[in-house]
Design a protein around this ligand. Sequence first.
Ligand code: ADP
Ligand code: AMP
Length: 213
Amino acid sequence: MKIIMLGAPGAGKGTQAKMVAEKYHIPHISTGDIFRANIKNGTKLGMEAKEYMDKGLLVPDELTVKILLDRVAQEDCQGGYVLDGFPRTIPQAEVLDRALAELGDAIDYAVNVDVPDENIVNRMSGRRACLSCGATYHMVHIPPKKEGVCDTCGQPLVLRDDDKPETVKNRLGVYHEQTQPLIDFYEKKGVLKTVDGTQDMKDVFQAIAAILG
Ligand code: ADP
Ligand code: AMP
C-alpha cells in the first residue's frame, strides 16, 4: 500500500504516519526527518536545506525529489510506504506519479488531515521533537512520560527552529500557496480521502484505519 499524508504543517501528518506505518508494516518516510538528520550530521545537503527550512520556505524541488526517489527505491519500500511531507508541490507530485507509472504503479490513498489555521500555531508552539529518533510530542495534548525527554530513546526534546510563531506564519502561507493545490490534484485522481484532524489523535487514526481497511 502506497499512502501520502497531506495537510498543513502541524496538522498531525507525522503523528498519524507513524501509527499507519506500525499497523500496516510499511516504512514511514518523512522528507523533513531526512533533512533534519542531514543537518544534524552536517552534510552538504543538510546545509543547503537548512537555509530554506529556517525561513519557513520549501527546499527546492531538485534537491527534494532526488532524495525521495532514492529512498523509495530501497528494498524495504517494495511492499509500500507512507509518505509524510512529500509531495509538497505539484511538480513533486508529477515526478512521483511518473516514477510510479514507469513501474506500472500508483498511489493508493492521499489522506488529507484537515485542521484549520486557527489550531495550527498552538499545535506547533507546543510541539517538541526528538532529533535523534524523530518522535514527536505535544506539551499539552501528547506529553512525554518525563518532561523534556524522549520516551523512545531517552534523548532531550527540542522546540524546532522552524516551529517558532513567526516562521509558522510563513510556513502556513507557503502551504496554502504551494501545497494545498495537491488536494485537487489527488481528488482528480480519485484517491483523496479527508479526515477531521481536530479530533483526538486516536480518533483521527480510527478514521484513517477505516479508510485504509
Ligand atoms: P505534522 O507532521 O503535520 O507537521 P505533527 O504530527 O508533528 O504534524 O503534529 C504537530 C503537533 O501537534 C505535535 O506537537 C503533535 O504532538 C500534536 N498533535 C498531533 N496530532 C494531534 C491531535 N490529534 N490533537 C492534538 N495534538 C496533536
Ligand atoms: P516537516 O518536517 O515535514 O514539517 O518539514 C520541515 C521543513 O522541511 C519544511 O518546512 C521544508 O522547508 C522542508 N521540507 C520537507 N519536505 C519537503 C518537501 N517535500 N519539499 C520541500 N521542502 C520540504
